[in-house]
Each structure stands twice: as structure tokens, then as C-alpha cells.
Design a protein around this ligand. Structure first.
Ligand code: HEC
Length: 165
């Protein structure tokens, strides 16, 4: 193992320990962090964000999502406490939430088609938004994540795309 590889593996292991502690109490997340395959693999460099797409994503977010997830992406302060019906309040989409634990593909599917939780108050957007609109919203989220969250989510997205090939 080269030292670069080793360093990448250590960084990712550190991120996972954050994940495990963060996820155990978080609302509605059934994806165990260990589901990410082949952690030792190195993703290509982080893609740069496109400012125009981020701006379009922000507009779409404010129009479609902010009423529940907050204009500043901060979600419901009680997002980890289930409602009486077993559903969860809207989580944040900034670094304090767990949106960044999921790959682009999974986030696209949740937003377009819905999650597979039995109880949810999250609407589906397949009728209102095109895939490209949803990807622009994800681009806006990425612009608001810290470097660690961004790097982690890119790694998960890349690993998943490799696993599918
Ligand atoms: C009517 C309120 C409401 C609106 C509007 C809404 N959501 Fe949600 N969203 C929720 C709730 C509640 C959850 C909590 C988890 C669940 O029940 O699925 C959620 C969960 C999510 C998740 C899963 C988060 C995670 O960390 O696993 C994503 C991603 C998401 N929303 C994105 C969006 C996007 C993007 C929009 C706008 C296109 C949007 N939501 C609009 C209520 C809403």
C-alpha cells in the first residue's frame, strides 16, 4: 500500500467513526455505513462545482424544499425525534445532517421516487422536477458541505458507481 493510499484509507476510516456515532440516533436512516463497498479504493479528484448550477439548484430548493427543510438547509431542530406516527421531521441538508452520507444516485431516487420508509411526510418530486433539476439541487447541497463531508460523499458516490459497473 503506498503512503497516499494509506492516508486515504485512514481519512476514510476516521470519517466512518464519525458516521457510526452520528447515525445511530438519526432519523429515518436505515442505510448502514458499512454498506459502502471497497473502502480502500481511491476516488478520482473531487469534481469542481459549477456556480450556475449551484445557483439554479438554490432557486429550485427555495421553491420546492425550503418550507420543510429550512431556507438555510438547517432542517427541523427536532429532526432526530420521531413523530407520533413513526415518521421523522425534515432533517438538515447541511453538514450537520446525514444527507451527505448518501450517494448522488440514492439521493436522486429518494427525492424523485420517495424513500422506502413505511411512514414518511416527505413528498416525491418525480412529477415536478426533472432528474437534472434534482441534480442541480444536490449541487447546491454540495456547495454548503464542509470539505470532509464533500470528500466523503464523493467517495461514496464514486464507489457506488464502480460497484454498479
Ligand atoms: C412537506 C415537507 C417536505 C418537503 C417539501 C421536502 N421534504 Fe425532504 N424530507 C421531509 C421529511 C419529513 C423527511 C424525513 C425522512 C423521511 O420521512 O423520509 C425528508 C427527507 C429528505 C431526504 C433524506 C435525507 C437523508 O439525510 O437521508 C432528502 C434527500 C430530502 N428530504 C430532500 C428533499 C428535497 C431535495 C426537497 C425539495 C425538492 C424536499 N426534500 C422537500 C419533508 C419534506
Amino acid at each position: 500500500m503506498t503512503s497516499r493510499r494509506l492516508r486515504a484509507a485512514v481519512v476514510i476510516a476516521a470519517m466512518f467513526s464519525v458516521l457510526v456515532s452520528g447515525c445511530s440516533t438519526s432519523g429515518g436512516d436505515t442505510t448502514p455505513p458499512t454498506a459502502v463497498p471497497n473502502l480502500a479504493g481511491e476516488a478520482p479528484p473531487l469534481p469542481e462545482l459549477d456556480d450556475e448550477r449551484v445557483a439554479r439548484g438554490e432557486e429550485l430548493y427555495q421553491a420546492n424544499c425550503s418550507s420543510c427543510h429550512g431556507p438555510d438547509l438547517s432542517g427541523d431542530p427536532d429532526w432526530k425525534t420521531p413523530n407520533r406516527d413513526g415518521s421523522y421531521p425534515p432533517p438538515p441538508h447541511d453538514s450537520s445532517g446525514h444527507t451527505w452520507h448518501h450517494s448522488d444516485q440514492l439521493l436522486l431516487e429518494i427525492i424523485r421516487d420517495g424513500s422506502d420508509f413505511a411512514e414518511t411526510r416527505m413528498p416525491t418530486f418525480g412529477e415536478q422536477l426533472r432528474d437534472d433539476d434534482i441534480r442541480a439541487i444536490l449541487e447546491y447541497f454540495k456547495a454548503n458541505w464542509g470539505p470532509q463531508e464533500r470528500a466523503f460523499q464523493w467517495q461514496v458516490t464514486w464507489q457506488e458507481s464502480q460497484a454498479e459497473q
